[in-house]
Design a protein around this ligand. Structure first.
Ligand SMILES: [Zn+2]
Ligand SMILES: [Zn+2]
Length: 262
Protein backbone atom coordinates (compact mmCIF):
# COMPACT_ATOMS: atom_id res chain seq x y z
CA UNK A 1 0.00 0.00 0.00
CA UNK A 2 1.29 3.45 -0.90
CA UNK A 3 0.13 6.95 -0.10
CA UNK A 4 0.11 10.03 -2.31
CA UNK A 5 -0.31 13.41 -0.66
CA UNK A 6 -0.84 16.37 -2.99
CA UNK A 7 0.72 19.24 -0.99
CA UNK A 8 -0.37 21.89 -3.44
CA UNK A 9 -1.10 22.05 -7.13
CA UNK A 10 -1.78 24.96 -9.50
CA UNK A 11 0.14 27.56 -11.46
CA UNK A 12 0.98 29.06 -8.01
CA UNK A 13 2.99 26.02 -6.97
CA UNK A 14 3.18 22.24 -7.23
CA UNK A 15 4.49 19.52 -4.94
CA UNK A 16 3.49 15.93 -4.17
CA UNK A 17 4.66 13.61 -1.41
CA UNK A 18 4.67 9.90 -2.19
CA UNK A 19 5.23 7.41 0.61
CA UNK A 20 6.20 3.78 0.21
CA UNK A 21 6.96 1.52 3.17
CA UNK A 22 9.87 3.20 4.89
CA UNK A 23 10.83 6.02 2.58
CA UNK A 24 9.21 8.81 0.64
CA UNK A 25 9.97 11.04 -2.32
CA UNK A 26 8.84 14.48 -3.39
CA UNK A 27 7.75 15.28 -6.90
CA UNK A 28 8.35 18.96 -7.68
CA UNK A 29 9.10 21.65 -5.13
CA UNK A 30 7.14 24.76 -6.05
CA UNK A 31 6.40 27.63 -3.62
CA UNK A 32 8.83 28.10 -0.71
CA UNK A 33 10.64 25.68 1.58
CA UNK A 34 8.58 26.95 4.54
CA UNK A 35 5.32 26.36 2.66
CA UNK A 36 6.33 22.79 1.82
CA UNK A 37 7.29 22.15 5.45
CA UNK A 38 3.96 23.61 6.59
CA UNK A 39 1.96 21.60 4.08
CA UNK A 40 3.71 18.44 5.31
CA UNK A 41 2.98 19.38 8.93
CA UNK A 42 -0.71 19.87 8.15
CA UNK A 43 -0.68 16.29 6.82
CA UNK A 44 1.15 14.99 9.93
CA UNK A 45 4.28 14.44 7.83
CA UNK A 46 7.81 15.82 7.72
CA UNK A 47 10.95 15.52 5.61
CA UNK A 48 12.48 12.69 7.68
CA UNK A 49 11.77 9.98 5.11
CA UNK A 50 12.57 12.09 2.04
CA UNK A 51 15.97 11.72 0.39
CA UNK A 52 15.06 12.57 -3.20
CA UNK A 53 13.09 15.09 -5.17
CA UNK A 54 12.02 14.52 -8.76
CA UNK A 55 11.55 17.62 -10.90
CA UNK A 56 9.24 17.69 -13.94
CA UNK A 57 10.66 20.94 -15.40
CA UNK A 58 12.28 24.24 -14.51
CA UNK A 59 9.24 26.56 -14.38
CA UNK A 60 9.13 28.39 -11.07
CA UNK A 61 5.80 26.89 -9.95
CA UNK A 62 7.68 23.55 -9.79
CA UNK A 63 11.04 24.60 -8.36
CA UNK A 64 10.50 27.71 -6.22
CA UNK A 65 11.66 25.87 -3.08
CA UNK A 66 14.25 23.63 -4.70
CA UNK A 67 17.47 25.44 -3.91
CA UNK A 68 16.75 25.90 -0.20
CA UNK A 69 14.94 22.59 0.29
CA UNK A 70 17.58 20.45 -1.43
CA UNK A 71 20.44 21.96 0.57
CA UNK A 72 18.57 22.00 3.90
CA UNK A 73 17.65 18.30 3.64
CA UNK A 74 20.60 17.09 1.50
CA UNK A 75 18.28 15.84 -1.18
CA UNK A 76 19.34 14.24 -4.43
CA UNK A 77 17.66 16.02 -7.33
CA UNK A 78 16.48 13.89 -10.23
CA UNK A 79 15.52 15.49 -13.56
CA UNK A 80 16.18 15.22 -17.27
CA UNK A 81 19.46 16.54 -18.69
CA UNK A 82 17.75 19.60 -20.19
CA UNK A 83 15.92 20.43 -16.98
CA UNK A 84 19.10 20.12 -14.89
CA UNK A 85 20.94 22.43 -17.30
CA UNK A 86 18.13 24.99 -17.07
CA UNK A 87 18.13 24.75 -13.26
CA UNK A 88 21.86 25.49 -13.09
CA UNK A 89 21.63 28.32 -15.61
CA UNK A 90 18.75 29.95 -13.76
CA UNK A 91 20.43 29.51 -10.37
CA UNK A 92 17.58 27.38 -9.08
CA UNK A 93 20.00 24.80 -7.74
CA UNK A 94 23.38 24.97 -5.99
CA UNK A 95 26.55 23.78 -7.66
CA UNK A 96 27.13 21.46 -4.68
CA UNK A 97 23.74 19.72 -4.95
CA UNK A 98 23.81 16.06 -5.81
CA UNK A 99 21.97 15.78 -9.13
CA UNK A 100 21.15 12.69 -11.16
CA UNK A 101 20.05 12.80 -14.76
CA UNK A 102 17.03 10.73 -15.65
CA UNK A 103 17.32 9.11 -19.00
CA UNK A 104 14.75 6.36 -19.02
CA UNK A 105 14.37 4.54 -15.73
CA UNK A 106 16.01 4.99 -12.36
CA UNK A 107 15.92 3.17 -9.02
CA UNK A 108 16.25 4.98 -5.72
CA UNK A 109 15.01 4.88 -2.15
CA UNK A 110 12.98 1.75 -2.85
CA UNK A 111 11.21 3.44 -5.76
CA UNK A 112 11.55 2.76 -9.46
CA UNK A 113 10.90 5.88 -11.48
CA UNK A 114 10.34 6.01 -15.21
CA UNK A 115 10.37 9.15 -17.27
CA UNK A 116 7.15 9.99 -19.13
CA UNK A 117 7.15 12.34 -22.13
CA UNK A 118 5.19 15.56 -21.85
CA UNK A 119 4.78 18.37 -24.40
CA UNK A 120 5.49 21.71 -22.73
CA UNK A 121 7.37 24.93 -23.40
CA UNK A 122 10.25 24.05 -21.10
CA UNK A 123 13.75 22.76 -21.89
CA UNK A 124 13.07 19.04 -21.48
CA UNK A 125 9.93 18.53 -19.39
CA UNK A 126 8.67 15.13 -18.31
CA UNK A 127 6.20 13.36 -16.09
CA UNK A 128 6.87 10.28 -13.96
CA UNK A 129 5.65 6.73 -13.54
CA UNK A 130 6.66 5.66 -10.06
CA UNK A 131 6.61 2.07 -8.83
CA UNK A 132 6.48 1.74 -5.04
CA UNK A 133 8.24 -0.98 -2.99
CA UNK A 134 5.10 -3.13 -3.02
CA UNK A 135 4.69 -2.78 -6.75
CA UNK A 136 1.96 -0.16 -6.88
CA UNK A 137 2.22 2.41 -9.64
CA UNK A 138 1.53 6.13 -9.63
CA UNK A 139 1.64 8.24 -12.80
CA UNK A 140 2.11 11.99 -12.53
CA UNK A 141 1.46 13.89 -15.76
CA UNK A 142 0.97 17.66 -15.66
CA UNK A 143 2.14 20.64 -17.73
CA UNK A 144 1.50 19.14 -21.13
CA UNK A 145 -0.32 20.51 -24.16
CA UNK A 146 -1.57 17.04 -25.00
CA UNK A 147 -1.23 13.50 -23.67
CA UNK A 148 1.70 11.90 -25.50
CA UNK A 149 1.65 8.18 -26.27
CA UNK A 150 4.21 7.73 -23.49
CA UNK A 151 1.84 9.49 -21.05
CA UNK A 152 -1.16 7.45 -22.20
CA UNK A 153 0.82 4.22 -21.75
CA UNK A 154 2.13 5.26 -18.31
CA UNK A 155 -1.28 6.30 -16.99
CA UNK A 156 -2.88 3.16 -18.43
CA UNK A 157 -0.42 1.00 -16.51
CA UNK A 158 -0.83 2.86 -13.21
CA UNK A 159 -3.05 2.28 -10.18
CA UNK A 160 -3.15 5.95 -9.26
CA UNK A 161 -3.01 8.78 -11.80
CA UNK A 162 -2.41 12.48 -11.28
CA UNK A 163 -3.47 14.14 -14.54
CA UNK A 164 -3.53 17.79 -15.49
CA UNK A 165 -6.99 19.32 -15.89
CA UNK A 166 -5.83 22.88 -16.27
CA UNK A 167 -8.60 24.96 -17.77
CA UNK A 168 -12.10 25.18 -19.09
CA UNK A 169 -11.60 26.19 -22.72
CA UNK A 170 -14.52 28.66 -22.78
CA UNK A 171 -13.46 30.28 -19.49
CA UNK A 172 -9.96 30.72 -20.84
CA UNK A 173 -11.09 32.12 -24.20
CA UNK A 174 -13.50 34.62 -22.66
CA UNK A 175 -11.29 35.42 -19.66
CA UNK A 176 -8.95 38.32 -18.95
CA UNK A 177 -5.62 36.74 -19.95
CA UNK A 178 -3.73 38.52 -22.73
CA UNK A 179 -4.13 36.94 -26.17
CA UNK A 180 -0.52 35.71 -26.25
CA UNK A 181 -0.94 33.86 -22.93
CA UNK A 182 -4.25 32.29 -24.04
CA UNK A 183 -2.53 31.11 -27.20
CA UNK A 184 0.34 29.62 -25.19
CA UNK A 185 -1.95 27.73 -22.80
CA UNK A 186 -4.08 26.35 -25.66
CA UNK A 187 -1.06 25.31 -27.76
CA UNK A 188 0.41 21.82 -28.11
CA UNK A 189 3.14 22.85 -25.66
CA UNK A 190 0.82 24.51 -23.14
CA UNK A 191 -1.56 22.96 -20.66
CA UNK A 192 -4.16 20.17 -20.80
CA UNK A 193 -7.82 21.29 -20.81
CA UNK A 194 -10.61 19.74 -18.77
CA UNK A 195 -12.03 18.37 -22.03
CA UNK A 196 -8.81 16.70 -23.20
CA UNK A 197 -8.28 15.21 -19.75
CA UNK A 198 -11.82 14.00 -19.16
CA UNK A 199 -12.30 12.27 -22.50
CA UNK A 200 -9.39 9.90 -21.73
CA UNK A 201 -10.47 8.99 -18.20
CA UNK A 202 -12.80 6.06 -19.03
CA UNK A 203 -10.01 4.36 -20.95
CA UNK A 204 -7.60 4.83 -18.06
CA UNK A 205 -10.07 3.45 -15.51
CA UNK A 206 -10.80 0.51 -17.78
CA UNK A 207 -7.07 -0.26 -17.76
CA UNK A 208 -6.90 -0.17 -13.94
CA UNK A 209 -5.97 3.44 -13.15
CA UNK A 210 -8.88 3.80 -10.78
CA UNK A 211 -7.51 6.33 -8.29
CA UNK A 212 -7.82 9.57 -10.24
CA UNK A 213 -6.51 12.96 -9.16
CA UNK A 214 -7.13 16.05 -11.32
CA UNK A 215 -4.21 18.44 -10.99
CA UNK A 216 -2.65 21.79 -11.90
CA UNK A 217 -6.03 23.55 -12.10
CA UNK A 218 -5.86 27.18 -13.19
CA UNK A 219 -6.98 29.61 -10.51
CA UNK A 220 -8.34 31.95 -13.22
CA UNK A 221 -9.77 29.67 -15.89
CA UNK A 222 -11.14 26.73 -13.93
CA UNK A 223 -12.77 25.69 -10.68
CA UNK A 224 -12.59 22.39 -8.84
CA UNK A 225 -16.34 21.93 -9.46
CA UNK A 226 -16.14 22.54 -13.22
CA UNK A 227 -13.15 20.19 -13.63
CA UNK A 228 -14.75 17.53 -11.45
CA UNK A 229 -18.15 17.79 -13.24
CA UNK A 230 -16.55 17.39 -16.66
CA UNK A 231 -14.53 14.36 -15.53
CA UNK A 232 -17.55 12.78 -13.85
CA UNK A 233 -19.75 13.33 -16.91
CA UNK A 234 -17.26 11.47 -19.07
CA UNK A 235 -16.88 8.58 -16.61
CA UNK A 236 -20.59 8.24 -15.83
CA UNK A 237 -21.40 8.29 -19.58
CA UNK A 238 -19.18 5.23 -19.86
CA UNK A 239 -21.27 3.49 -17.20
CA UNK A 240 -18.59 3.75 -14.56
CA UNK A 241 -19.66 4.34 -10.99
CA UNK A 242 -17.86 6.66 -8.62
CA UNK A 243 -16.40 5.00 -5.50
CA UNK A 244 -17.15 1.58 -7.03
CA UNK A 245 -15.19 1.67 -10.28
CA UNK A 246 -13.03 4.70 -9.50
CA UNK A 247 -12.28 7.44 -6.98
CA UNK A 248 -11.95 11.02 -8.16
CA UNK A 249 -10.24 13.90 -6.33
CA UNK A 250 -8.86 17.31 -7.15
CA UNK A 251 -5.34 18.19 -6.02
CA UNK A 252 -6.14 21.41 -4.20
CA UNK A 253 -4.37 24.74 -4.70
CA UNK A 254 -3.68 24.72 -0.93
CA UNK A 255 -3.32 21.43 0.89
CA UNK A 256 -6.65 20.10 2.09
CA UNK A 257 -5.19 17.23 4.11
CA UNK A 258 -6.41 14.68 1.64
CA UNK A 259 -4.33 11.69 0.63
CA UNK A 260 -4.89 8.96 -1.90
CA UNK A 261 -4.16 5.39 -0.83
CA UNK A 262 -3.47 3.05 -3.70
ZN1 LIG B 1 3.24 24.27 -13.90
ZN1 LIG C 1 5.23 24.63 -16.71
Amino acid sequence: MAKLVPLFSSSKGNSYYLQGNNSAILIDAGRSCKQIENALLINDLNMNKVRSVFITHEHSDHVGALKVLSSRYHLTVYATKGTLEALYEQDKISASTNCVEITDKIETDDFKVERVDTSHDARESCGFLITTPDDRKCAIVTDTGFLTQSAIDAISSSNCAVIESNHDIEMLKSGSYPYILKKRILSMTGHLSNLDCSKMLPRFVQNGANRLVLAHLSGENNTAKIAMDEALKSLLNSNMKRDIDFTLDVAAIETNKKSVIF
